[in-house]
Design a protein around this ligand. Structure first.
Ligand SMILES: N[C@@H](CCC(=O)N[C@@H](CS)C(=O)NCC(=O)O)C(=O)O
Length: 399
């Protein structure tokens, strides 16, 4: 009988459990959560990977717990001792947990705090990114201090601590730790290369590449270059009705650049209100009509992503954000979008699902409406839904 099912995908915290199943030759099925979405959601309401189902419906979540469980399934006593520490070596066992925890919690969370805004996945907030970078520097120093004098983190050979920590370092090496950083941290690079080449992880790193051009906090104004796909280029050749309107004095790409490169609340938004011209562009509150039918928040966010993709031929006349607020099985989509001209229809109707949303014009001279726009574009505060504050859990920027 199979030893269980492991849910794993591209997320780095699923690399170690999947690597263990393969390397320890465990009889565990590895399944992508998307391929069994309903069952996965039913069994694991937090919808987090990795997740594990063992015999007789035994369920487990949390990467560290799952890694521990999987190692214990192995019959190879030597490997078990190597990865978890010897039964009689309490110090080693505790150190292995300690390094995993540092990597999987503080270090991973700060990585997301830094990388997501620098990539433009969430609004850029200088204070938050600087704070994350600062915290990252301090944690790196702890890793570096250990690895300058020792080959591995917790013991004298590769343990679970090394596997987990290296997997979290992966996203740093792909996004933030460029050639200069690597030259300054030879001990960490040597260790990382050693661990990723180990037979536990080597298959997970097939597509890995060190970044040659790390993401960096914006120093100077970068020109905003809208992405061009073949479809967009084709659509552009057909005249868009909004092209026929007079050329605005408010330069939308300047605004998009500001929004991408400057702190949203303290710099970008004040700039926006100073330059915005309500005769040229109108602002709309956009609300999804079928919030009652939404289930998992990540699916709501995918819905927004799809909608934005379908708006591609209008993007050069638009800017805005839609956010997902609430929680799984109780969430909604709302946002603020600016469009060229005074009518929302020509901008939105290029997307076949545009009628799934309600559009209400906002008045830039009304303080509440203005603050609504600020909140939707900064998404740093809960959104008020029928007077009730709801946490924003996700969102997308249309730019
Ligand atoms: N606590 C859960 C989930 C942890 C979690 O959601 N971590 C995020 C934030 S640090 C993350 O790992 N993101 C990066 C990735 O896995 O690709 C676990 O350890 O399994």
């Amino acid at each position: 009988m199979s030893q269980g099912t492991l849910y794993a995908n591209f997320r780095i915290r699923t690399w170690v459990p999947r690597g263990l199943v393969r390397a320890l030759k465990l009889d565990v099925n590895v399944v992508a959560p998307d391929s069994a979405a309903e069952q996965f959601a039913r069994d694991f309401p937090l919808k987090k990977v990795p997740a594990f189902v063992g015999p007789r419906g035994y369920k487990l979540t949390e990467a560290m717990a799952i890694n521990y469980y999987l190692v214990k399934l192995s019959k190879d006593e030597k490997v078990k001792t190597q990865l978890l520490g010897a039964e009689d070596d309490l110090n080693a066992q505790a150190q292995i947990i300690r390094w995993q925890s540092l990597a999987n919690n503080d270090f991973c969370i700060q990585m997301v705090n830094a990388v997501a805004p620098l990539k433009g996945d969430v609004p850029y907030n200088k204070k938050n990114v600087d704070g994350a970078m600062d915290a990252i520097g301090k944690i790196v120093e702890v890793f570096d201090a250990r690895l300058r004098d020792n080959a591995y983190l917790a013991t004298e050979s590769i343990s679970l601590a090394d596997l987990v920590a290296a997997s979290i370092f992966t996203r740093y090496f792909e996004n933030l730790f460029g050639p200069e950083w690597r030259a300054q941290h030879p001990a960490i690079v040597r260790w990382f290369n050693d661990v990723r080449a180990s037979f536990f992880l080597k298959d997970e790193y097939k597509d890995f590449q060190f970044t040659e051009k790390p993401l960096a906090p914006p120093q100077e104004k970068k020109e905003f270059k809208p992405a061009t796909t073949e479809l967009e280029a084709f659509n552009r050749r057909l005249r868009h009705p909004l092209d026929l309107l007079e050329e605005p004095t408010f330069v939308l790409n300047d605004w998009k650049g500001k929004y991408s490169n400057e702190d949203t609340r303290s710099v970008a938004l004040p700039w926006f209100w100073e330059h915005y011209n309500s005769k040229e562009y109108s602002l709309w509150k956009v609300t999804y009509k079928y919030n009652d039918e939404l289930t998992l928040t990540f699916m709501s966010n995918n819905l927004v992503g799809g909608f934005f993709n379908r708006l591609s031929s209008s993007i050069k006349y638009m800017f805005g954000c839609l956010v997902v607020y609430g929680e799984n099985n109780n969430n909604g989509i709302v946002g603020a979008i600016m469009v060229k001209g005074q009518d929302y229809v020509p901008a939105f109707e290029v997307a076949p699902d545009w009628e799934s949303y309600d559009y209400v014009k906002l008045d830039p001279n009304n303080d509440d409406d203005k603050e609504f726009v600020n909140n939707m574009w900064a998404w740093d505060k809960p959104v008020s839904v029928n007077g009730e504050p709801k946490e924003i859990v996700d969102g997308k920027v249309l730019k």
